[in-house]
Design a protein around this ligand. Structure first.
Ligand SMILES: *[C@@H]1O[C@H](CO)[C@@H](O)[C@H](O)[C@H]1NC(C)=O
Ligand SMILES: *[C@@H]1O[C@H](CO)[C@@H](O)[C@H](O)[C@H]1NC(C)=O
Length: 174
């Protein structure tokens, strides 16, 4: 349960910020993996994605079980994100799939305490969301794949995250 709630928290934090994302045949938008102390992310969407992720930061880095985690996302919405946008979230522990779930991003935003609500207007966004990480999170590496789509199944956003809750410090986590 702890692992699932972690996932849900991470997903919620990101969806609350980025509000959706679409598409099937994803291409790396810049091919860059952004590597930090205890985690990394890659924007996997195409240039046509409605939500362009400019940066993601977390604090503290590395994230610590039992503490608050603040996720900051800087993004640009190229189109209005309408009601009905959704994200597919897959969480893996190593190669094991722990969770595959679809979230209604507007609904999740309403249920949680986020600043952005649907419809999300065009323009720049800089959003921070704090979540409490359960202290039962096992010392392991998680992969979180987030793909978002509009209500019309257009690509919204695509982000892959790897988060390392191993206690060791390492420059090359994966
Ligand atoms: C996490 O944040 C909440 C509210 O922002 C605060 O009440 C709580 O003390 C914080 N927990 C930790 C472990 O810092
Ligand atoms: C986003 O907001 C944070 C906190 O308010 C700030 O530190 C950061 O510089 C902002 N980033 C951009 C790109 O505006």
């Amino acid at each position: 349960m702890a692992r699932l709630s972690l996932i849900a928290l991470l997903a919620l934090a990101l969806t609350g910020v980025a509000q959706g994302n679409p598409s099937s045949q994803q291409q790396l938008s810049d091919g860059r993996v952004h590597i930090f102390e205890g985690w990394e992310y890659a924007v996997c969407g195409s240039e046509n994605d409605i939500v362009e992720i400019k940066s993601i930061n977390i604090s503290p880095d590395p994230p610590k079980p039992g503490q608050n985690l603040t996720v900051n996302v800087v993004a640009y919405a190229h189109e209005v994100v309408e009601e009905g946008a959704y994200v597919d979230v897959t969480v893996k522990l190593g190669l094991i799939k722990l969770l595959h779930k679809q979230f209604d991003v507007c609904e999740e935003a309403r249920k949680s305490d986020v600043d952005i609500q649907c419809p999300v207007e065009k323009g720049p966004y800089n959003v921070s969301q704090t979540v409490a990480l359960p202290k039962e999170i096992p010392p392991a590496k998680f992969v979180v794949e987030i793909q978002g789509y509009t209500v019309n199944d257009e690509d919204l956003v695509c982000v892959n995250l790897k988060v390392d809750f191993m206690r060791k410090m390492s420059l090359n986590l994966w």
